[in-house]
Ligand binder design. Structure first.
Ligand SMILES: N[C@@H](CCC(=O)N[C@@H](CS)C(=O)NCC(=O)O)C(=O)O
Length: 328
C-alpha cells in the first residue's frame, strides 16, 4: 500500500492488514472545521471538494452537496476511478473525470504535500480544500458531510436540512451504529486475510442489515420520517453492494435486492431529486475490481447485476417525504 512519509511518496509504506489478518483503517489527519467566526468561514466559492465517484466516503459529501443545492457554492474535481502505484490521479480525458480545478495537479498527493510538506498519511478522498488559505481543511467524510449540512445554510439553494438540531443525537447514534458493521464492514470482509476476521465481519454485516431491514419496515428513513445524513451514509454502501461488495468483497450471504425493505428504501433514496446524478456505477465497478490486485489479481470487472434503481418503491405510504424543494 502507498502513502506519504515526511512528504515523500512511498509505495512500500504500510500494510493495511495487521498480523491477525484484520483490516485496519488508518486515521486521517486533517481535521479542521468550517464554521462561522473560525479560521475557515463558510462562504460561496471559497471551498473545493476532491472526490472519486467510486468511493463511498467521498460519495457522502457529493450527496450532501447535491441535496443541499451547493453545486455553485462548492466546486468539485473528480479523480480517475483506477488507483494505481501513484495513488489518485487526475485524468480529464476519461469519462466522468476532471482536471484538478484548483491547481492543475496530476496527482492528489501533490495537494496533500502542498497543504503539509511533511505530510505522513494516506492520500484519500474526499478532501475539502480551502482556496483562500490554500490548504486542506478536512479529509474525513463524516465531518465534511456535517459541515456542509450545518454551516452552509446561507448559500444553499434548497431548504433541505440533513442534520436538524433536534435529531442530531439520533443521527450520530445511527452513524455510529452502521459504521463498523456496514460501512466499514464490507471492507473488513473484503480485505481480511484470514478466515476468522472475515467470518466476524460477515456476521456483523448481515446481522446489521437484517436489523435495519426490520427498522425500515415501519419508517421511511433511518431516523424516522426525515431524510438525514444517516441515510446518505447508508446509501453509499447499499448502492455499491450488489455490484461490488457481494462479489469482490465476498459479502455473498445475500444481495440488497433480496431484502423486503432495504431494497425499496435504496430505490426511494436513489429516486430522491439530486441523488441519481451522484451515482456513477461505471466508476464504482472499475475502481474496485481493478484497484485491489490482492483481491482480484487479473482486474476483471464483473458485469452484473443490472439493478432497477428506478423501479417504483411505494415507500410514500410511510410518513415523510423527500425534502428537496428548490428555492428559485
Ligand atoms: N475515513 C475516511 C476514509 C476515506 C478513504 O479511505 N477513502 C479511500 C477511497 S474509498 C481512499 O482514498 N483510499 C486511498 C488509500 O487508502 O490510499 C473518510 O471517511 O473520509
Amino acid at each position: 500500500m502507498n502513502k506519504l512519509v515526511d512528504g515523500e511518496w512511498r509505495t512500500d509504506a504500510y500494510e493495511s492488514t495487521d498480523d491477525s489478518g484484520s483490516f485496519e483503517r488508518q486515521q486521517t489527519t486533517f481535521r479542521d472545521r468550517v464554521r462561522e467566526g473560525g479560521e475557515f468561514e463558510p462562504a460561496a466559492g471559497r471551498y473545493h471538494l476532491y472526490v472519486s465517484y467510486a468511493c463511498p466516503w467521498a460519495h457522502r459529501t457529493l450527496l450532501a452537496r447535491s441535496l443541499l443545492g451547493l453545486e455553485e457554492a462548492i466546486s468539485v474535481s473528480v479523480v480517475d476511478p483506477y488507483r494505481g502505484e501513484d495513488g489518485w490521479q487526475f485524468t480529464p480525458e476519461k469519462e466522468g473525470c476532471t482536471v484538478d480545478h484548483v491547481h492543475g495537479a496530476d496527482y492528489l498527493r501533490e495537494l496533500y504535500v502542498r497543504a503539509d510538506p511533511e505530510a505522513t498519511c494516506r492520500v484519500t478522498v474526499p478532501v475539502l480544500w480551502d482556496t483562500e488559505t490554500d490548504t486542506v481543511v478536512n479529509n474525513e467524510s463524516r465531518e465534511i458531510m456535517r459541515m456542509l449540512a450545518t454551516e452552509f445554510g446561507a448559500v444553499a439553494r434548497t431548504e433541505v436540512d440533513l442534520s436538524p438540531d433536534d435529531r442530531r443525537e439520533e443521527i450520530d447514534a445511527v452513524l455510529d451504529a452502521i459504521y463498523e458493521p456496514i460501512n466499514n464492514g464490507v471492507y473488513r470482509a473484503g480485505f481480511a486475510t484470514r478466515q476468522e476476521p472475515y467470518d466476524e465481519a460477515i456476521d456483523d454485516l448481515f446481522d446489521a442489515l437484517a436489523h435495519w431491514d426490520e427498522v425500515l419496515a415501519d419508517q421511511r428513513y433511518l431516523v424516522g420520517d426525515r431524510l438525514t445524513e444517516a441515510d446518505l451514509a447508508m446509501f453509499t454502501t447499499l448502492v455499491r453492494f450488489d455490484a461490488v461488495y457481494h462479489t469482490h468483497f465476498m459479502c455473498n450471504v445475500a444481495q440488497i435486492h433480496e431484502y423486503d425493505h432495504l431494497w425499496p428504501y435504496l430505490r426511494d433514496l436513489y429516486q430522491t431529486p439530486g441523488v441519481a446524478e451522484t451515482v456513477n456505477m461505471d466508476h464504482i465497478r472499475e475502481h474496485y475490481y481493478t484497484t485491489h490486485p490482492d483481491v482480484n489479481p487479473h482486474g476483471i470487472v464483473a458485469r452484473g447485476p443490472d439493478l432497477a434503481f428506478d423501479a417504483p418503491h411505494e415507500r410514500d405510504r410511510l410518513t415523510g417525504g423527500p425534502p428537496t424543494a428548490l428555492l428559485e
